[in-house]
Design a protein. Structure first.
Length: 281
């Protein structure tokens, strides 16, 4: 009587296949890099992106004017947006219906509008419609703050709701008023929770500040994007844009590191749906 015996499995094991797949991917990447290195016109690339003379000519104005103005515009917008965001968050949590409706309408409106339209409305629409003209710093503060507040309000609201209710009950049992409880007990704990997402919001506002160049700036009001574009037209080289990009990284990379440190220290923070950045904010 013959019996069928199971043949041993042939071929590579799972780990061996994984190593083979990684080896193939590395080989393909190496081939692509070699091909690019051979066919690229490195002279033209160096002249376009790494023109030393053009790079030197950008200093110190790219730091003393463009970078400083970018930081100022961002700081003004973040401060205004944070203050307005706190108000909106409290309104949305209010037992008074009209407050909730106003806050909800505002948040949905400005989370749905591109930041570009807000800049244009404040820079051109408001002066035409109401004969009310803002200086460039006020425009940056209002445009960035109005958009940022809609996102920060949701983050702050989520942070407040994340504070254990027992903390509130304990404070009230000690005779604290609702206002004092919110200021001295709830808000400090909520802000510790929401520090990481607020830091990310600051990074987004830093990048959104580039939109202000559309409104027309005097040379002493240039931020990094406008400065890079003006220098691009002057020198017919992409090197100024590279310098401007590096200056943005000087701001955003440390902020990203701070956000990561805060996440590790205080947890992952509060995540809210949606996001914004650039003209599509």
């Amino acid at each position: 009587m013959t019996t069928d015996t199971e043949r041993p499995r042939s071929g590579l094991g799972r780990r061996q296949r994984a190593r083979l797949n990684r080896g193939i991917q590395y080989a393909v990447l190496a081939v692509v890099l070699v091909v690019v290195a051979v066919i690229a016109d490195w002279g033209s690339i160096a002249r376009a992106f790494f023109n030393v003379d053009v790079a030197i000519a950008q200093f110190p104005a790219v730091i003393t004017t463009a970078l400083v103005n970018t930081i100022i515009y961002t700081a003004l917008g973040f401060a205004f947006g944070l203050a307005l965001g706190i108000v909106l968050a409290l309104m949305k949590m209010s037992p008074v219906g009209p407050y909730r409706w106003i806050a909800t309408g505002y948040i949905e409106l400005f989370r749905g509008l591109p930041a570009l339209l807000v800049f244009i409305a404040l820079g051109f629409g408001v002066p035409i419609a109401f004969q009310l003209r803002f200086d460039i710093y006020s425009t940056a503060m209002l445009a960035l703050g109005l958009v940022g507040a809609a996102y920060m309000a949701e983050t702050i609201r989520a942070g407040i709701q994340a504070v254990p209710k027992g903390q509130v009950e304990a404070a009230r049992s000690l005779g604290m008023s609702p206002t004092r409880t919110m200021i001295t007990v709830v808000m400090p704990q909520a802000f510790r929770i929401i520090l990481p997402p607020l830091t990310n919001e600051l990074i987004l506002l830093t990048k959104d500040s580039s939109l202000i160049y559309l409104l027309g700036l005097a040379s002493n009001e240039y931020e990094l994007a406008k400065y890079g574009r003006a220098a691009l037209n002057e020198y017919a080289s992409l090197t100024p844009l590279l310098i401007a990009g590096l200056c943005y990284l000087i701001i955003t990379i440390p902020l990203s590191r701070v956000s990561n440190l805060l996440e590790r220290k205080y947890g992952s923070g509060v995540r809210t749906k949606g996001g914004h950045g650039g003209a599509g904010a």
